[in-house]
Design a protein around this ligand. Structure first.
Ligand code: NDP
Length: 481
């Protein structure tokens, strides 16, 4: 039994009330560990450690801060295989994905913000003719909260922590209780890298207890949250009277718009990935596929053929393309949408069934599923499923494609496949999303602003946007004679 502990003030400690939760291995359904069911008292203990560390950390030179954070990145890369195996076991994702995407990206997050902080500058405004100079002082906020989901555990956890500590804050972080392992292992890495005690505190537990204690804490002035729209709305409402600074990265129901004039082979290959990578459990997956009528039938045939070759299997095997869904409960939720499809008049073109993997019969496996729908108004096209399920629908005109793409409450990302420049420009301007990919998908340059519109959240992370979020701007106005 692997026992995870909280990481508070640079030390691994049990939860104060000695309450524990089970940690499941999605590939076989076994309980393989336990994690703290932390309460308000544990969060308070973490807060005191963070508060105590703040004065010193926020006054550490940029060079020193940067070199410690770079060391964290270096150690993550050094432990790549170990961390990838841990992530795959905890989450159910193919080990190949954890090794090639999740863990390297966690290292890049630290590397990027360690460098970015040395280049971060703020504005000066000379009030000409008034003998006055204004400048903006950007100061760390103090103790901040970072709460992340289970789909890209270490990747998203570090996407918040890295800019927060680079900007001089101290952090109370909570990973999802469903995937706590790599967050736990990060504690050891931070100690080894020489991160001073109390700068990062990792408290494990349930959203409605541990998470709630973080958002509710009167002195935690900023919350960076990635998770579901419903939880984000709750956090926004709950924290409004406390005037906390919020960054909310929420759900998506992203359109993948395919025109006949695109590079067909590249589009097909990428669409398989953008539909089913990480079992479709990426907020950026293109779950609504709209295809120009002219190539609709051809696309349908080729897409089904390619998807049928994906191997659903044990995440530890190198040849597995689709691993296990993260939990039994999530598998049930995704399956319930497949049932709805049939009631709504959708046609299952491929998949739709659970898969029994030999030797791992109790794992949470589902076939990649393609459903043809006739209306964008159906639940399948309007609600976030967050699993290996995509819908297909044809369109005829550009106007129709744009209308379909925007006709949803979410606004995270969109993918456009075309080689027409005018269309690219028009769609890029008119798509109501935070990120538009043209002829590619999930191409991430960490300098770019990342986030969503509409029900996909508020605020932007990435690049200097994240450093702006984690600092408080102050206007200094000096008049001289
Ligand atoms: P949840 O909203 O259920 O949970 C996210 C995190 O918030 C978890 O750590 C959770 O803890 C915690 N939490 C839950 N309730 C509260 C609360 N009342 N107060 C404070 N914290 C709380 O999301 P999921 O973990 O299910 O993640 C999937 C969702 O995340 C999808 O909707 C997906 O689209 C979205 N997402 C968005 C991304 C983006 O960048 N826009 C990227 C990746 C995912 P616990 O797990 O213990 O409940």
């Amino acid at each position: 039994m692997e026992k995870i502990q909280n990481y508070i003030n640079g030390e691994f400690v049990n939860p104060i009330q000695d309450n524990w939760l089970n940690n499941y291995n999605p590939s076989n359904g076994d309980v393989y560990g336990q994690l703290p069911n932390s309460t308000k008292e544990d969060v308070e203990k973490a807060y005191l450690a963070a508060e105590n560390a703040f004065v010193s950390w926020s006054n550490t030179t940029l060079q020193e801060r940067s070199s410690i954070i770079l060391k964290i990145a270096e150690l993550i890369i050094k432990k790549l295989d170990f961390l990838a195996a841990a992530e795959s076991k905890d989450n159910g994702k193919p080990i190949s994905l954890a090794r090639s995407i999740d863990i390297p990206r966690a290292a890049s997050n630290f590397q990027f913000f360690a460098n970015a902080i040395t280049q971060f500058s703020s504005e000066a405004h000379e009030s000409i003719g008034m003998n006055a100079m204004n400048y903006t002082l950007r100061q760390p906020i103090g103790v901040v909260g970072c709460i992340s989901p289970w789909n890209l555990p270490l990747y998203l956890f570090t996407w918040k922590i890295a800019p927060a500590i680079a900007a001089g804050n101290c952090v109370i972080a909570k990973p999802s209780e469903i995937t706590p392992m790599t967050a736990y292992l990060l504690g050891e890495i931070c100690t080894e890298a020489g991160l001073p005690k109390g700068v990062l505190n990792i408290v494990h537990g349930l959203g409605n207890i541990t998470g709630e204690a973080i958002i509710d804490h009167p002195n935690i002035k900023a919350i960076s949250f990635t998770g579901g729209t419903k939880t984000g709305a709750y956090i926004a409402k709950h924290t409004a009277p406390m005037f906390k600074k919020l960054s909310l990265e929420l759900g998506g129901k992203n359109p993948n718009i395919i025109f006949a004039d695109s590079n067909y082979d590249k589009m097909l290959e990428t669409t398989v990935r953008s539909s089913f990578a990480n079992q479709g459990q990426i907020c950026l997956c293109g779950s609504r596929i709209f295809v120009e009528q002219k190539i609709y039938e051809k696309f349908k045939t080729d897409f089904i053929k390619k998807v049928s070759k994906l191997k659903v299997g044990n995440p530890t095997e190198g040849s597995t393309n689709i691993g296990a869904l993260v939990s039994k409960q999530h598998l049930e939720k995704v399956k319930s949408y497949i049932d709805i499809a049939e009631k709504e008049g959708g046609t299952i073109l491929f998949g739709g069934k659970t898969v029994t993997v030999k030797g791992s019969e109790n794992g949470y496996y589902l076939q990649p599923t393609i459903i043809e729908v006739s209306s964008n108004k159906c639940k399948l096209n309007q609600e976030e499923i967050f699993g290996p399920v995509v819908t297909l629908m044809p369109f005829i005109t550009d106007e129709e494609a744009l209308q379909l793409a925007n006709d949803v409450k979410y606004g995270l990302s969109a993918t456009l496949w075309t080689n027409n420049l005018n269309r690219t420009m028009q769609f890029s301007k008119q798509l109501q999303v935070g990120v538009v990919w043209v002829n590619t998908w999930m191409f991430r340059d960490l300098r770019t602003p990342f986030g969503g519109q509409k029900a996909s959240g508020i605020g932007r992370e990435g690049g200097f946007e994240a450093l702006r979020f984690f600092t408080e701007p102050k206007n200094i106005c000096i008049q001289y004679e």
